[in-house]
Design a binder for this molecule. Structure first.
Ligand SMILES: [Zn+2]
Length: 259
């Protein structure tokens, strides 16, 4: 399973979401991207996309809000749920098999990750027909399997703003003299210093920002590598199958950069 990381320029969000339930939606739009949804939700006056994940008809999965950010998808239930939205308008359409299978993988993965047993539809919580009368609900919750090697990759055709800022900062601090192109590669990796608890500064801040965007709570994005960041690094390392030692060296940077 591959979850595509996005670069959505989300506004100020509230954190502290404690996922105990997954709530599914349809986009009620036959063809849309997560960027479309992000701009629609911004028009609502929200920070951006209200969902945590978006599953497209081609089976690709996109990251929306960080998992620990409070969502904007199910009024009254946004502080303890993960919102998963499916591209399509499932009052009239039929879900493609590849999208259904991707949804099953994602749901199974999230249930395992957070120990969640409850999966619901938007309409189970409030008066709406979301995710649509044709939504293959029973099939979706019948279970699935996923590849535990979760690769979070950057969107290919868009240079990544976070990578650019990291490249720039590594140059400024003298760790590298690389082209700032937003595209992670060997030079980016070589320019990333090994970091551990006690580090401070802009690279620590970028590390924290990345961990938070991946759903790991660093207890603040303050540029200080303290207990919270150490805990988040170890959790991230554990999820990636690395030794959870809290030391951000080449192996951990490789995963953070999506290489
Ligand atoms: Zn909905």
């Amino acid at each position: 399973m591959n979850i595509v990381e996005t670069n959505l320029n989300l506004g100020q969000m509230s954190y502290g979401n404690n996922p105990q339930e997954i709530t599914v939606h349809h986009a009620e739009s036959s063809h849309c991207s997560i960027e479309d949804i992000n701009s629609w939700h911004k028009e609502n006056g929200w920070a951006g996309v209200g969902y945590h994940y978006f599953v497209r008809k081609d089976g690709s999965i996109y990251k929306g809000r960080p998992d620990n950010a409070i969502g904007a998808h199910c009024q009254g239930n946004n502080t303890n749920t993960l919102g998963v939205c499916f591209e399509g308008s499932y009052n009239t359409e039929t879900m493609p098999e590849v999208q259904l299978n991707a949804g099953k993988e994602l749901i199974t993965y999230l249930k395992d990750k957070y120990g969640i047993s409850c999966v619901s539809r938007h309409k189970d919580h409030m008066s709406t027909d979301c995710p649509g009368n044709n939504f293959p609900w029973n099939e979706l919750i019948s279970g699935g399997s996923y590849n535990p090697e979760v690769a979070v990759s950057s969107t290919q055709n868009n240079s990544d703003n976070w990578v650019s800022r990291l490249q720039e900062e590594c140059n400024v601090q003298g760790f590298s003299n690389q082209v700032v192109d937003g595209i992670p590669g060997p030079n980016t990796l070589n320019g990333c210093p090994t970091m551990r608890q006690g580090a401070q500064g802009n690279i620590t801040r970028l590390l924290q920002e990345k961990l938070v965007s991946l759903g790991f709570d660093t207890n603040g994005v303050d540029g200080i590598f303290g207990n919270g960041t150490d805990y988040a690094v170890r959790a991230f390392q554990g999820r990636c199958g690395l030794i959870a030692d809290g030391i951000v060296g080449p192996n951990t940077w490789t995963k953070l950069l999506g290489l």
